[in-house]
Design a protein around this ligand. Structure first.
Ligand SMILES: Cc1cc2nc3c(=O)[nH]c(=O)nc-3n(C[C@H](O)[C@H](O)[C@H](O)COP(=O)(O)OP(=O)(O)OC[C@H]3O[C@@H](n4cnc5c(N)ncnc54)[C@H](O)[C@@H]3O)c2cc1C
Length: 552
């Protein structure tokens, strides 16, 4: 399906098209003034900044299609953006590209309570969907801590997780079908209304593709019944290691809590000092928030008692259960607003994201504390402990260049430590721009090349969100061109500025195995050893396959 777009004889820049874009979306919804564009120069990660050439805010799917068709005629790249809460620099557009902001596409188009599904536009805010379906006894289960702001479109692109994804599964488990506008302006439907696979799992492929394949304009989601019984426990520990062991012990018991979250002392104190104070004990080395839910109240009580016993045996100083719904909400608010509370610690914050085997949590947390001390940085941990999904948060001052360098060094060491114990570089925040430099640490050149080949099936010209996720200069085609003698599987050095423009041999962990599944969390791209990804069309044309249906 390699298809190219004819570029007109006199090439136009994104800025030249501002008038045409205004004709499509209206005067107010095209931003070219520097001050207006600066609003969109970052996402939730303060270490990357890119000024888009033009920002356009379409209001309907038809306007999205018209905008993309116009850009296709002129061969201009574009970047989709939801609420901009992403934490990997994924929604940033370089000079020369158009940023397409989807927050005006915010309608819940249909709630089908009988079939437990809903159809939404991509700009619907996550928490709004659950609020709208609650009267039907249903909710949209994936609940990122940013759910009061982030959009379902952004969640799909990042395969977002959240505290309750331990039991209910991440975004990939809740998407039934997608309408996607490709770089040409053509529209495809991936998946089926019932969510049953009709062929290759193209929904699974798209979810977690970080805006690299096209723009999701309609999203059909699975809704989940609200649990009838819920118990929320707060356990506090005087040692971080004991809390980590408590997490492993709960999972080893066979109980799958709805949520199992950890916060260390630095995080607890930031929360308790803020308006989100939840009553966490300030002197604890760590607290665990454990939620048990289900359809049967007696079973939930029995499991809660068992978990309480496990926590006590693991060394919990106290375990208390929320006595009322307001108290439960308060406990959760502290956790979900913890990143915001950390704003008290410093003017800037890098929220890191990595995954380790649960059993490695106690050791890795100690290693991270050592890295923080060595680099003279404050690192606070708040994370989805049940999934082994770490979020070490580094507080810093971006105006201090020396400190910025230390943050970059500490981040790289944290990633290396997680990889060394069998973990990976992202659990839910994606690769975006920020983690390009780490990709060669876990994927070899062949695997990166296979990922690019899959991307080209959707976007042969590489115009959708260019420069993200796959460090092109580290992939096989590039390394062959630059260094014919290079051994397969040997990655390049990490790229210090994350731009992906530095090749070269070696680098810590440079010999990737190429057999690690998933990119940007479960449900992302398949890995090089999963077959069928060998080249353009190798996976099938999403417009022609059994499950890919061309609609316009
Ligand atoms: C305080 C805080 C807490 C967070 N907690 C969590 C958490 O618990 N779990 C978690 O997973 N993440 C979390 N995040 C990260 C972030 O909220 C998620 O990645 C979220 O899914 C991003 O949604 P967004 O609408 O802000 O997307 P954006 O940041 O705007 O975009 C993210 C990516 O999606 C692409 N994109 C956006 N819309 C579309 C579309 N319609 N079609 C195709 N591509 C699109 C963009 O190009 C970009 O690559 C947190 C962030 C913050 C600031």
């Amino acid at each position: 399906m390699t298809r190219t777009t004819r570029t007109p004889r006199t090439p136009k820049t994104a800025r030249d098209l501002a008038g045409d874009l205004r004709a499509i979306v209206g005067e107010r919804h095209v931003r070219v003034a520097v001050a207006e564009r600066a609003t969109y120069a970052m996402d939730g990660l303060p270490t990357h900044r890119r000024l888009p050439d033009v920002v356009v805010l379409p209001g309907t799917r038809e306007e999205v299609i018209a905008v993309i068709r116009l850009l296709a005629v002129h061969g201009i790249p574009f970047v989709p953006r939801g609420a901009g809460t992403g934490l990997s620099g994924g929604a940033l557009a370089d000079d020369g590209a158009v940023l397409i902001v989807l927050t005006r596409l915010s309608r819940i188009l249909k709630v089908d309570a009988r079939n437990r599904s809903a159809v939404v536009e991509p700009g619907v805010v996550n928490a709004r969907l659950s609020a709208a379906t609650r009267p039907h006894g249903l909710h949209y289960a994936p609940d990122p801590s940013s759910q009061s702001a982030c959009t379902i479109g952004g969640n799909v692109a990042e395969n977002a997780g959240g505290p309750h994804c331990l039991k209910y599964g991440v975004t990939a488990n809740h998407i039934l079908s997608l309408e996607v506008v490709l770089a040409t302006g053509e529209t495809v439907i991936l998946g089926s209304p019932s969510g049953e696979p009709w062929g290759p799992d193209l929904v699974g492929l798209f979810v977690g593709s970080e805006g690299n394949f096209g723009i999701a304009t309609r999203i059909s989601v699975r809704l989940t019944p609200l649990p009838r019984a819920v118990r929320t426990l707060l356990a506090d520990f005087m040692a971080l290691r004991a809390a980590g062991e408590g997490v492993s012990a709960i999972i080893a018991s066979g109980i799958v809590p709805a949520a199992l979250e950890m916060m260390d002392q630095s995080c607890v104190q930031a929360v308790e000092d803020s308006v989100y104070a939840a009553g966490y004990p300030r002197d604890a080395a760590a607290v665990l928030l454990v939620e048990i839910d289900g359809g049967n109240a007696d079973a939930v009580i029995a499991e809660t008692e068992l978990v309480t016993e496990i926590l006590r045996k693991s060394g919990a100083r106290s375990v208390r259960s929320a006595a009322s719904e307001p108290e439960r909400e308060r406990l959760w608010q502290g956790r979900k607003k913890a990143f915001g509370a950390m704003g008290r610690l410093s003017r800037d914050l890098v929220v890191q994201d990595a995954v380790v085997p649960r059993s490695a949590l106690p050791d890795v947390l100690e290693t991270i504390a050592g890295i923080a001390a060595r680099h003279r940085l404050v690192v606070s941990n708040v994370f989805h402990a049940g999934d082994g999904n770490l979020h070490p948060n580094i507080s810093f001052d971006a105006t201090d260049e020396g400190m910025r360098t230390r943050v970059e060094e500490a981040s790289a060491e944290i990633m290396a430590a997680c990889i060394a114990v069998g973990g990976t570089i992202t659990g839910e925040h994606g690769v975006g721009l920020d983690k390009l430099r780490y990709m060669p640490l876990i994927f070899d050149a062949e695997s990166l090349g296979a990922m690019l080949a899959v991307r080209r099936v959707f976007d042969p010209e590489g115009r959708v969100n260019p420069g993200k996720v796959v460090p092109v200069h580290a992939c096989r085609e590039w390394t062959r061109r630059t260094d014919p003698g290079r051994k397969p599987g040997v990655g390049p050095k990490p790229d210090p500025d994350g731009s992906g423009d530095q090749g070269g041999l070696g680098g810590p962990g440079g010999s990737g195995s190429g057999d690690q599944g998933g990119l940007g969390g479960p449900g992302g791209f398949g890995s090089g050893d999963q077959g069928g990804l060998g080249g353009p069309g190798g996976f099938g044309d999403p417009r022609a396959g059994a499950r890919g249906q061309l609609v316009s």
